[in-house]
Design a protein around this ligand. Structure first.
Ligand code: SF4
Length: 62
């Protein structure tokens, strides 16, 4: 199934890991945000890796 939705739940500690792994999708300032207008299906590997590497496991996708 293609990824059509990506979101960050509460609890992000702004470690920056997700932006390092997949800057096309994640931008971290005071907390991580999902970039607008991104075709998530182009970055599925990066999204999955970022979610796996998030130390507080707040990156979700469907
Ligand atoms: S990897 Fe997780 S904790 Fe770190 S900035 Fe991204 S969402 Fe926040």
């Amino acid at each position: 199934m293609a990824i059509t939705k990506v979101w960050i739940e509460e609890g992000c500690i702004a470690c920056g890991s997700c932006e390092q792994i997949c800057p096309e999708v994640f931008r971290v300032t005071d907390q991580s945000r999902v970039q607008e207008g991104v075709n998530f299906s182009d970055y599925e590997d990066g999204i999955k890796e970022a979610a796996e590497c998030c130390p507080v496991e707040v990156i979700k996708y469907s």
